[in-house]
Design a protein around this ligand. Structure first.
Ligand SMILES: Nc1ncnc2c1ncn2[C@@H]1O[C@H](COP(=O)(O)OP(=O)(O)OP(=O)(O)O)[C@@H](O)[C@H]1O
Ligand SMILES: [Mg+2]
Length: 370
């Protein structure tokens, strides 16, 4: 819904929907400011100061007063909080039940563990939450962590003026954010620990006190504990499964510090919608076919690894290109050979390998279509 509301549309006592962000005017007495009511541009800024307001999450509010109705350049609409609405994340598909759990976990400040197969949208979900709900996003790839201190600082050795080696500690994005969060209570920080199970368990132990009610970490530069402010939220992502090499198990004590949420590939209809919105040049029927073949491969019991949304997206990128677009149906098989089968070990023409098994599934699905 778009459009503009007039002063006369705003009735004291009416309940309307609003989505607040932090009020940039810090001394106004109102922490939250919105510009729209019921999806339409409000004639004046909408102000609220109720602690239950969550930035970026739509909520229902009651109109309390309207100041300076006759001036275009001044005044405000003051409202009171009634209740939260369910948030809708644009551009990512999330199972509706998982979405509800996610909202509760975010509103309650729980640490969240996103658990799902490769390329099912864990990273894009975390980024989208941060962007749409007004968090500062701190991306941290745990795959690069070797030692416990790597979460907070890295050691750089350089030559001093006299030539002797000097050791510098360089703060990581996490440590910088934890420090900033303490100084900026009005901002919210989302620390995303990507590939959380790709670092050694012993290194992860460094974060344990950050993730429980202790809420502090040992500051390796100041040699003191740094408390973690309430405006910091942690989300970690793992992909568990026997097919992944280089991953480490997560022990029960670490798992217990998170609210685990299971993700999976979007249902065929939703994956088709996602791809169709990103690749409008391709016909819906062709995208449906690509997704149906991907799902046949994903369901094949003989294949241990799976196919991500990256794979289906890659097929779209090829087929819409002028080099392929004239002959999409014939080229589909060729593209799937590399974009689908190439993601498995072995070769498509070696029937004994996973890639060969995937190619058998793809060919069967292509035959059934024609
Ligand atoms: N549920 C989804 N909604 C929207 N886009 C998705 C979804 N799942 C996957 N994608 C798309 O697929 C690509 C890969 O997604 P993403 O990087 O978030 O996966 P991931 O689960 O983090 O994978 P990995 O385990 O390999 O890190 C992105 O381009 C993303 O836009
Ligand atoms: Mg990821």
């Amino acid at each position: 819904m778009t459009g503009k509301l007039e002063i006369d549309d705003i009735k004291v006592g009416a309940v309307m929907e609003a989505t607040f962000l932090a009020n940039p005017v810090s001394d106004s007495g109102f922490r939250f400011r919105a510009t729209h009511l019921d999806g339409k541009r409000a004639p004046k800024v909408v102000l609220c100061d109720d602690a239950r307001v969550r930035l970026g999450v739509p909520c229902m509010v009651r109109i309390l007063s309207l100041t300076k109705p006759d001036r275009d350049d001044r005044g405000a609409i003051e409202v009171e909080f009634v209740r939260s609405q369910e948030f809708k994340l644009e551009g990512v598909y999330l199972d509706p039940i998982v979405a509800k759990k996610l909202q509760v976990a975010l509103e309650s400040g729980l640490n969240i563990l996103l658990d799902g197969p490769q390329g099912c949208g864990k990273t894009v979900l975390a980024r989208t939450i941060a962007k749409q709900l007004g968090f500062e996003f701190v991306f941290f790839n745990c795959g690069a962590v070797v030692e416990a201190t790597d979460f907070l600082a890295t050691i750089h050795v350089r030559a001093s003026e006299s030539g002797s080696p000097v050791t510098d500690f360089v703060k990581t994005e996490i440590l910088l954010a934890l420090e900033q969060a303490g100084d900026n209570p009005q901002r919210r920080y989302l620390v995303f620990l990507d590939e959380f199970n790709r670092c050694q368990e012993s290194a992860r132990n460094a974060l344990m006190p950050a993730l429980d009610s202790t809420r502090r970490v040992f500051h390796p530069i100041k040699n003191a504990f740094l408390p973690i402010a309430d405006n910091v939220q942690f989300i970690a992502a793992v992909n568990r499964g026997s097919e992944f090499s280089g991953t480490f198990g997560i022990d029960a004590a670490q798992l217990d510090r998170f609210a685990p949420l299971q993700m999976d590939y979007p249902p065929a209809e939703e994956e088709t919608k996602l791809l169709a919105s990103r690749h409008p040049e391709l016909g819906k029927g062709l995208i449906e076919e690509i997704v149906a073949i991907a799902n046949a491969v994903r369901r094949a019991p003989e294949l241990r690894a799976s196919l991500s949304v990256r794979a289906t997206e890659e097929v779209c990128v090829y087929l819409k290109h002028p080099l392929f677009e004239g002959d999409q149906q014939r080229m589909l098989g060729e593209v799937l050979k590399s974009s689908f089968c190439g993601r498995f070990s072995g070769r498509f023409d070696d029937l004994g390998s996973d890639a060969g098994a995937a190619w058998t599934v793809v060919q069967k699905a292509l035959r059934e279509k024609t």
